[in-house]
Design a protein around this ligand. Structure first.
Ligand code: F0G
Length: 457
C-alpha cells in the first residue's frame, strides 16, 4: 500500500502536479517558480482527512520510547505530517533530529529577557540542520530509483548529502566554491565518498552550473529548491512546540542564506496551526550577514516584494549567498507571522558567537547571527523583555574551528570591523598561552589571568 499522500503546488501560479512530474530543476514549467509539498487530505480547503491533534501528540511522544528505526528519527517520528514516500521502508535515516533546546541564562540576563532558548540543530549527525532535510529528500531520490544525487553547497548541505547518500548506497556529486567553505565541511564530503568539485566561482555560480548538469544527466538535485528538503526541515518547528507543551514562543530567529530554512519552519508552524496542534504562530524573523543580505535589503527597500541579488561577502561562509532561491517563500513567512528581516555586522556576529560559547553552547558563525540580531531587536523595542524567544542555531562549532581560533587570537576582524564591538570583545577573547611544562609555570599563568579568583574552600 502506498503511504504517499502528497502533491506539489507551484508557489507562484498555484499549479498542482504529482510528485514525480517535477522537472530536474524543481521549477514550474509555466512560471519558473518553486514548488511546495501539499497534502490535499488535510492542508487544502475542503480536505477531509485531518489527523486528530490530540492523537498525534500522544503518538509522537510514545515514539520517543520506541526502538523502531523510524521512530528514533526526530524527523520520521512526525511522519504523519510528511507522507511523501510510497513506502516508509525507503526512508534513509541517521537518527537525525531530536535536538536539544537549551536555555541561555547568561544571554537572557544580559538582554533583560525572561525566556531565551537555543534550538541547536548543529547537534544533528553531520553537525548541521541540513540532515533533517536530507533524510526526507534523499529518501525520495532513493524511492524514485536514482543512483546519483548532487548539490551545490556552502558546505553543510554537501556534508549532509554525502553522508545520507553513503548510507543509502547512492553516489553523490558536490559542487562547492573554491576556497570559500570551511575545511570541516569539505572534509566530511570527502570522507563520505562524494565526488567533490571545487569550482572557481561562488555558491550562486555553483548553483548555475549544477542546474545545467541535472538537465543533461539523470542526477537528482538535492539543493533546497527540492521541496522535499523543506518537509524534513519543518520538523524542528514541531519539536519546539512539543518541548513547550504545544505553546509556541513569541519569536523565532533564524539565519538566512538561501532562505529555505526560514521557509520550512514557517511551513511547519502554519501546518501545526491548521491541524489545531497549536493556536497561534510565532513571529519568524530572518537574520542575514551585512555583506550577504539581499532579503534584508529588499525588506528595507520595498517591504520584501522584489529582490536584487548581491555579490555576497561574509566570514560566516555558510550564508555567503547573494541570490537566494527561496526568498519569496521566506518573505511570505515573515509577512504572515509578523516577523522582520535584518542584518548584522561581522563584528556583531563574532561577538555573539563567543557569547554563546561562554555559556557552553558552541555554534558555527552563521548560527550566531541570531543572537546578534536579537540584541538589535531588543535594543529597538521590537522584542519586549517579557516575550519568549527561540534562536535557531544551525551548525556545530567544530565546522569552522579556524574562525574561532582567529577570533580568540584577535586576528579575525579588520580594525574597522572590530572597533565598534571592541568593548564587548575584550572580555570574551581567550587566546591559548604557551607555557613551560612545569607546575610552577602553569600556576604563574593562572595568576596572570586578571580575573582569576582565589581558590575556594
Ligand atoms: N546556517 C548554516 C550553518 C548553513 O549551512 C546555512 C545554509 C544556513 C544557516 C542558511 O540556511 O540557506 O536555508 O537560509 N547552508 C547552505 C549549504 C546553503 O550549502 O550548506 P538557508
Amino acid at each position: 500500500m502506498s503511504d504517499n499522500l502528497h502533491k506539489l503546488r507551484c508557489f507562484g501560479c498555484g499549479q498542482l502536479i504529482h510528485g514525480d512530474q517535477a522537472g530536474p530543476n524543481f521549477r514550474c514549467a509555466d512560471c519558473g517558480d518553486l514548488f511546495e509539498v501539499i497534502y490535499p487530505g488535510w492542508n487544502q480547503t475542503g480536505g477531509t482527512d485531518r489527523p486528530n491533534a490530540g492523537a498525534l501528540k500522544w503518538l509522537w511522544r510514545e515514539r520517543r520510547l520506541s526502538q523502531e528505526t523510524l521512530d528514533q528519527s526526530g524527523v520520521w517520528r512526525f511522519r504523519e505530517l510528511l507522507p511523501i514516500l510510497d513506502r516508509q521502508e525507503n526512508a534513509v535515516t541517521l537518527r537525525e533530529g531530536n535536538t536539544p533546546l537549551y536555555a541561555l541564562p547568561i544571554a537572557a540576563r544580559a538582554l533583560g529577557l525572561e525566556s531565551l532558548f537555543a534550538k541547536h540543530q548543529g547537534m544533528n549527525p553531520t553537525g548541521s540542520f541540513k540532515d533533517t532535510g536530507m533524510t526526507s529528500a534523499l529518501s525520495v531520490a532513493r524511492e524514485r530509483g536514482f543512483t546519483w544525487v548532487a548539490c551545490a553547497s556552502t558546505g553543510n548541505t554537501s556534508a549532509a548529502m554525502a553522508a545520507y547518500a553513503a548510507r543509502a548506497g547512492l553516489r553523490s556529486l558536490v559542487l562547492i566554491p573554491q576556497g570559500k567553505i570551511a575545511w570541516g565541511k569539505l572534509s566530511q564530503a570527502m570522507d563520505y565518498g562524494a565526488v567533490t568539485c571545487q569550482l572557481e566561482t561562488d555558491f550562486d555560480g555553483c548553483v548555475r552550473v549544477l542546474s545545467h548538469i541535472v538537465q543533461e544527466a539523470p542526477i537528482y538535485l538535492l539543493n533546497s529548491v527540492n521541496p522535499y528538503r523543506l518537509e524534513g526541515q519543518k520538523t524542528p518547528a514541531l519539536e519546539i512546540a512539543e518541548a513547550m507543551d504545544w505553546n509556541v514562543p513569541d519569536h523565532i530567529l533564524v539565519p538566512g542564506g538561501n532562505l529555505a530554512n526560514s521557509s520550512a519552519l514557517g511551513k511547519g508552524f502554519r501546518e501545526m496551526k491548521e491541524l489545531g496542534l497549536i493556536h497561534r504562530l510565532p513571529r519568524i524573523t530572518v537574520i542575514q550577514a551585512e555583506g550577504s543580505a539581499p532579503l534584508s535589503r529588499s525588506f528595507a527597500a520595498n517591504g520584501g516584494t522584489s529582490l536584487e541579488p548581491v555579490e555576497a561577502h561574509t566570514r560566516a561562509t555558510a550564508i555567503r549567498i547573494g541570490n537566494p532561491a527561496s526568498w519569496r517563500k521566506a518573505a511570505q513567512v515573515i509577512h504572515e507571522t509578523g516577523g522582520w528581516c535584518l542584518d548584522v555586522t561581522e563584528g556583531e556576529i563574532a561577538v555573539a558567537k563567543a557569547e554563546l560559547g561562554r555559556e557552553g553552547i558552541g555554534s558555527e558563525p552563521a548560527s550566531a547571527v541570531t543572537l546578534a540580531g536579537l540584541r538589535k531587536l531588543v535594543a529597538d523595542g521590537r522584542i519586549g523583555r517579557s516575550e519568549s524567544v527561540v534562536l535557531l542555531l544551525t551548525g556545530h562549532t567544530l565546522k569552522d574551528a579556524d574562525y574561532t581560533i582567529d577570533f580568540h587570537r584577535g586576528t579575525l576582524l579588520q580594525p574597522e570591523e572590530a572597533a565598534p564591538v571592541a568593548a564587548a570583545m575584550e572580555p570574551l577573547c581567550r587566546n591559548a598561552m604557551s607555557v613551560d611544562a612545569t607546575p610552577q609555570a602553569v600556576l604563574a599563568a593562572l595568576r596572570s589571568v586578571a580575573e582569576m579568583q582565589p581558590a575556594r574552600g
